[in-house]
Write a new protein. Structure first.
Ligand code: GDP
Ligand code: MN
Ligand code: MN
Length: 253
């Protein structure tokens, strides 16, 4: 058994309005069932999701949080603007974005962007993945899956990994429930987070710095699916999410 991960070479610095699928197809001969993994940073750049702190005026809530966590109040305002809820305010901001993804600073980031610009994650990463996927399929004539990724921390371990924040034509979860283990015992719980695992694998070639490799092709694994899929279906339902409940409890104490 094996699969390949291939970095797409020659991707330029991405600007607002750039046709990412065209750039990808010009630099890579795609094959049926390739999984095209794209860093949210370049998706956001192409979508024009950049801004400057000096253009923001912090509101009362941002000033209040900034006084507690010591961050620039305009940065706090930027995070608030992109969040439906802050689960943690101090010592860092853990946000639930409008799209429902939970991450530090709502994904607002100042790395790999020029000057004093900051970058959002795409507003609706599932919609971005679908748009990119449909255009990639049209240009290449192949059946493809897409994963839009970001780098996120984990709650219980040091170190960040690539995670899926938007998907197209790939089921994000592989259910092992009902399958047998080596000894014939029926698996009762395990659901494998395939989209996140693929994002993590791709991140090995993306890196976090000046690599200039925001697009990775995973070839040789068959996770293509015709039905609509979205990353939102992987967000744990509110009533089952005891970690969020715990964080809200601490926040309101
Ligand atoms: P994130 O994980 O989506 O926040 O993206 P990162 O900032 O970690 O960047 C992932 C990869 O994309 C790294 O290899 C960066 O050097 C690369 N990258 C970021 N922006 C661009 C760009 O505009 N053009 C190219 N060619 N690479 C970029
Ligand atoms: Mn990022
Ligand atoms: Mn990254």
């Amino acid at each position: 058994m094996k699969f390949e991960a291939i970095a797409v070479e020659n991707i330029p610095l991405i600007q607002k309005g750039d046709d990412l699928p065209l750039i990808i197809c010009e630099n890579m001969e795609l094959q049926d069932r390739d999984i095209v993994i794209i860093a949210s940073t370049v998706v956001a750049k192409a979508e024009g999701e950049t801004f400057r702190l000096k253009d923001l005026i912090p509101g009362e809530k941002a000033l209040e949080i900034a006084a507690k966590n010591g961050q620039d109040p305009r940065f706090v305002q930027a995070v608030l603007d992109r969040s439906r809820e802050l689960l943690v305010e101090v010592p860092f901001m853990l946000a639930i974005t409008h799209a429902g993804h939970t991450c530090v600073n709502a994904g607002v980031d100042n790395s790999n962007i020029e000057g004093d610009f900051l970058l959002n994650t795409p507003g609706d990463p599932d919609a971005s993945a679908a748009r990119l996927g449909e255009r990639l399929e049209k240009l290449s004539g192949k059946k493809l899956s897409v994963i839009v990724t970001d780098t996120n921390g984990r709650a219980f371990k040091i170190g960040q990994t690539g995670v899926a924040i938007g998907i197209y034509r790939i089921k994000p979860i592989k259910r092992w429930i009902g399958e047998k283990d080596l000894f014939g015992k029926v698996l009762e719980i395990t659901e494998e987070a395939v989209a996140d695992e693929l994002a993590g694998a791709a991140n090995l070639l993306m890196g976090e710095g000046a690599g200039g490799t925001p697009v990775i092709i995973i070839r040789g694994l068959d996770y293509y699916c015709e039905v609509d899929a979205c990353i939102k279906e992987t967000y744990r339902p509110e009533e089952m999410d005891i970690i969020k409940k715990g964080l809200r409890y601490l926040q309101n104490k």
